[in-house]
Write a protein that binds this ligand. Sequence first.
Ligand SMILES: *Cc1c(COP(=O)(O)O)cnc(C)c1O
Length: 401
Amino acid sequence: MTDPTALDAADPLAAYRDQFLATDVVSYLDGNSLGRPLKATAELMDEFIREQWAGRLIRGWTDEWWEWPITLGDRLGSIALGAANGQVVIADSTTVLFYKLARAAVDARPHRRKILIDQDNFPTDRYVLEGIAAERGLELVWITTDPVAGIEPAQVADVIDDDVALVSFSHVAYRSGWLADVAAINEIAHAAGALTLWDLSHSVGAVPIELDEWGVDLAVGCTYKYLNGGPGSPAFAYVRDDLLAELRQPIQGWIGHRASFEMGPGYEPAKGARGLLSGTPPILAMVPLHANLDMLESAGIAAVRQKSQRLSAYALELADEWLVPLGVAIASPRDPARRGGHVTLQKPGFDTLLERLWERGVLPDYRRPDGLRIGPAPLSTSFTELHTGMSLVRDLLSRAD
Ligand SMILES: *Cc1c(COP(=O)(O)O)cnc(C)c1O
């Protein structure tokens, strides 16, 4: 078995771990669910409250807050999404932005009656699309995927036709960690005249994304997972520039208006990505994103991906050696090219194990019915920490038997 201290010594990103708070936790394996805070974030929040909020009061809006949804969106686009300026906003939650884009998309294809989705997609995506289908009298076409893998282009090709308005999947499956072939699926969808909406929540900040190059129409994702934005930090939405003028999002609030402060009669959307906004942007909750984007930019997404692949490969190595003999199954892709940043282990009874792990400061998460998810965030997790956490899983499991 590979020695974790050797892996840490050879890790070019090892020093980033010291830039985080909460490194005294024994083993944090849930970076794909809630990232750790950066030390710089605590300082920025304090400074923002004292200097910008208290110091500038209402003037802060015209100083720069008004532009943050766009300027931060552009930065995120260039650092992590492969998106040219003018196509990304920071706003709302993933659920709300997903609704806005999905509704806009089906309304832009009014004579088409179907939406394609996989049955193992993240619950919020499934629920929102169920709601939209009911609102608009559309039919959901459910694709059944392999639970230890995920959506394959051929499965989309099998069911698509010219009655499909929208095709929507997650880039990285929240359960198995399957990494979808976005470009190939887009090509199939576009050949049939459908639009695509991708959920990037489990890939952004861990896996390189090239939205412009892959021909993505629409995308959303959250900033509190690998982007460390903090609990409930706002989400982002991407709309390809040639669709911005065509699509009309359904929550017509004053901030997305062409001239918010004219306060006039009748809604007219702002041009470009600003038209995706609805109400007052959550400025306070966007503060951490500045620090996180600085860090991601300096580390580089390619190096982050490389470490992420090493971490997940190491998790699999440890699982194979220690846990598989104890009856644990690997429920994630073995092929590193088809795997996102996390891996899922399966064994009935993992729900009761979780409590005992958490008591000892080892924090993975659990997904029903029997999955233990190991999500080491590349910038804040060491190989030693991963080794320590996995060894406690082994110890508790072997004692239980
Ligand atoms: C975490 C996650 C979400 C979260 O949506 P919220 O609106 O922030 O609750 C949505 N989709 C996916 C795929 C996720 O992993």
